[in-house]
Ligand binder design. Structure first.
Ligand SMILES: [Zn+2]
Ligand SMILES: [Zn+2]
Length: 747
């Protein structure tokens, strides 16, 4: 404990705003060595015993009775120094309690103890000697095969190694005896024998000139140990992953650790392969799809610095690294980097904060960067822009054609598939090539579209599509403007004006009817509810077991499927008219990502985009592969409407089971907010209250207030005050409140 103080400063694990502060506890002599910053302890609190997190040591301010720590929960601190700091920063930034932030950071339940010792074998000579050793084994091909596998995989068990080299364990034993392989003991709770063996011969792919330039900038920052954020903007198929791998190698060379994040669990198997091929057993995988024990084992390897390379989804940003040097977010524009339950943190923001604390580099990679990142990588910074403008091997980007489905209706085709798309699919079936059919459902809302002219009814004040409610009204979910459903299109007078939508199931049925001989697979959140089913569907498709893959946004990203030569977007309008100010941006990003799935192999790719709005700038720009052209139009539009990145938005979401309570509560909250705002300048605007686009989930009604302002810290202060004021009105004020700072969607 040293000279710093007598008492441990502890955050008690209780999620109430009123007790979200540091408490002091005395450290009994027998626990002295184990009570360390970052450790979890057991403390008396009122009449209860609760868990707590040790922040550090100090003296209580007033002369109060200090109680004693009752026990220590972990043999070693579970939190690193910088994560202690991150928790306090999260509490401040996202208006949650510090205990909630801690709970999020250590999300994998860390209660499991290691039970089994596993013996892993690795080469007993330095890598540079490998060719020499292999030459010596010229006359023992089986032993050479084992050694090659050992070099490729680093740490496998005796049995795994024999299986990988297709030989007997006796051959492996011979190499151990000869001193060419040595054992390393891993204490694992549940050692996973599957999915560890890398089959592709790994090693380093030579980088092209653009990749070298980007990699050099990042590695320079890593060598200097200075904080910096890089936006790696590379067209689909331009080889961003190779730049990531190179940057990770630089981080390791500098004696630091790296975290690489991908937006969806479904993308990890492909990445794991690439990462293990390059870094072998130095890679740990952390994501929520892992079972508790497996996750604990990986977490422990990271904590013990046995795995300095962490690959995972959003939550990997909290990896317990002692000296983080690099944080990578692949597809940084993806909304899934934002946690969407009660603690709505953004992995990009946390990564940047952690990097600031530890002098690390952040690499944000995307073919279609978020508007916010693009804006920050502009001429004035603060991000540095790195470009990969060409596909690897100069492969052309696929030909994108926009199909106007208003014309189909005029010509008497009322089906989901245009004649052009039907012909293109038929052509692929004949040639034995593969097709992906894409339909976005996320953010789906019942907007009203004219099927003859494509007109969508929007709010006059917010430029947001109005949502259709079953009582026949149309409503804006930002400002609560409402209107009756018109009987004819206000634009062209057509009677074909109605709610919009078709699901993946319907697309599958129609495809089966049109192409009875085709083998069809469907991938969406319904068909992939079971663990590992993503992988199964993708593998089956990659191995040519189906002709057509139908899916939602899950299939849009990152997958490399060389036999796909046609991508059909069933309807681009589903995202284009989401009730969200990011609708155009999301549409552009999705179309570009989807188009990037086509023509990645030797055959050229084609993309057909069906839409009612063929002239919309985000669709036209995606069809031209004109990323920068899109930003040139979208940025001034955002500016004129005062949306991010020119402002900050906060959503206050109110939920309650009783419809009367929810509207009453939301109105009361708005009143209080208006009172607070009266004391501020008029640059802050509070819109609503209005029902959320998803007005009711699991029996709870949902209303929202959207607050818009220039400075994030000012917005936060106002909301904090509003929350405190509302707290005083309980229990007569009933709704639960959820705060979303910089929301990525407003469903
Ligand atoms: Zn409005
Ligand atoms: Zn019309």
């Amino acid at each position: 404990m040293g000279d710093t103080g007598q008492f441990a400063e502890i955050i008690v694990d209780i999620s109430a705003r009123s007790v979200d502060r540091v408490f002091h506890y005395a450290v009994p002599a027998d626990l002295k060595d184990r009570v360390k910053p970052g450790a979890r302890v057991l403390v008396p609190f009122g009449a209860r015993r609760l868990a707590g997190y040790v922040l550090g040591f100090g003296y209580p301010e007033r002369n109060i009775r200090v109680r004693e720590i009752a026990g220590v929960l972990d043999d070693e601190p579970v939190l690193t120094e910088d994560l202690l700091e991150i928790a306090r920063w999260m509490a401040d930034s996202y208006l949650c309690t510090t205990a909630e932030a801690f709970a999020r950071i250590i999300a994998p339940r860390l209660g499991v103890k290691a039970t089994r010792a596993v013996k892993l074998l690795k080469p007993a000579f330095p890598a540079r000697k490998s060719q020499e050793v292999l030459n010596r084994l010229k006359h023992a091909p089986k032993q050479a095969a084992v050694l090659r596998q050992a070099l490729l995989n680093q740490s496998l068990t005796r049995k795994e190694l024999a299986a990988a080299a297709q030989t007997s364990p006796a051959t492996v034993d011979a190499l151990v005896k000869a001193g060419l392989l040595e054992a390393e003991i891993l204490h694992a709770s549940n050692y996973q024998e599957e999915n560890r063996i890398v089959h592709s011969s790994g090693g380093v792919t030579p980088l092209n000139a653009d990749q070298v330039k980007a990699a050099r900038e990042i590695s320079q920052a890593l060598t200097e140990g200075k904080f910096g954020v890089f936006l790696l903007y590379g067209v689909t198929g331009s080889g961003k992953t190779e730049v990531y791998l190179d940057a990770i190698a630089s981080a390791l060379a500098a004696g630091r650790q790296a975290v690489a994040m991908v937006p969806e669990i479904s993308l990890t198997p492909q990445m794991i392969g690439l990462f293990r091929a390059r870094f072998g057993s130095l890679v740990a995988v952390l994501h929520s799809g892992l079972a508790g024990r497996e996750r604990y084992e990986e977490w422990r390897r990271v904590k013990k610095n046995q795995a300095p390379v962490v690959l995972g989804t959003r939550s990997a940003v909290f990896a317990p690294l002692s000296a983080p040097g690099l944080f990578i977010l692949d597809e940084e524009h993806e909304p899934s980097y934002k946690q969407d339950d009660h603690l709505r943190y953004h992995a990009r923001e946390v990564a940047i904060k952690r990097a600031q604390l530890s002098g690390a580099a952040v690499v944000l990679g995307s073919a279609t960067p978020s508007l916010e990142s693009w804006f920050k990588a502009g001429c004035s910074g603060p991000y540095q822009l790195l470009k990969l403008p060409h596909r690897i091997d100069k492969k052309p980007l696929p030909q994108v054609t926009v199909v106007d489905i208003r014309q189909e209706l005029k010509d008497g085709n009322r089906g989901i598939f245009s004649r052009r798309l039907v012909a293109a699919i038929y052509d692929r079936l004949q040639k034995g090539e593969q097709t992906i059919l894409f339909l976005n459902r996320r953010g789906y809302a019942n907007f009203i579209i004219c099927r003859e002219c494509g007109h969508v009814i929007k709010c006059d004040h917010c430029d947001i599509s109005l949502t259709y409610h079953l009582d026949g009204t149309l409503r804006c979910h930002y400002c609560n403007y409402s209107a009756r459903l018109p009987s004819v299109c206000p634009c062209c007078g057509s009677v074909y004006i109605r709610p919009f939508g078709a699901g993946t199931q319907k697309v599958e049925d129609e495809a089966a009817r049109l192409f009875p001989a085709a083998r069809i697979l469907r991938m969406d959140s319904d068909s992939t509810a079971r663990k590992g089913s993503h992988e199964k569907i993708i593998n089956a498709f990659r191995q040519g077991e189906a002709d057509i893959l139908i899916g939602t946004q899950m299939i849009a990203k990152g997958l490399d499927l060389p036999m796909v030569t046609l991508v059909g977007v069933i309807n681009a309008d589903t995202t284009l008219f989401m009730p969200d100010f990011r609708a155009s941006e999301r549409t552009f990003q999705l179309l570009t990502q989807v188009a990037g799935r086509s023509g990645r192999g030797k055959l050229p790719g084609e993309v057909l985009v069906q839409t009612y709005s063929p002239d919309h700038y985000s669709i036209a720009a995606a069809a031209r592969h004109d990323v920068e052209g899109f930003y040139r139009i979208e940025l001034p539009l955002r500016k004129s409407l005062g949306y991010p990145p020119f402002s900050f938005l906060v959503r206050m979401l109110f939920t309650h089971a009783d419809e009367a309570e929810i509207s009453k509560g939301a109105l009361l909250a708005k009143e209080i907010l208006d009172k607070i705002l009266a004391g501020h300048d008029n640059l802050i605007e509070a819109l609503g209250p209005a029902p959320a686009p998803l007005g009711r989930i699991k029996g709870r009604f949902r209303w929202q207030i959207v607050i818009k302002g220039r400075r994030r810290s000012e917005l936060r202060d106002i909301i904090r005050q509003c929350l405190d004021d509302l707290q005083k009105l309980r229990p007569s004020f009933k709704p639960a409140i959820n705060i979303d700072i910089n929301p990525q969607g407003m469903q």
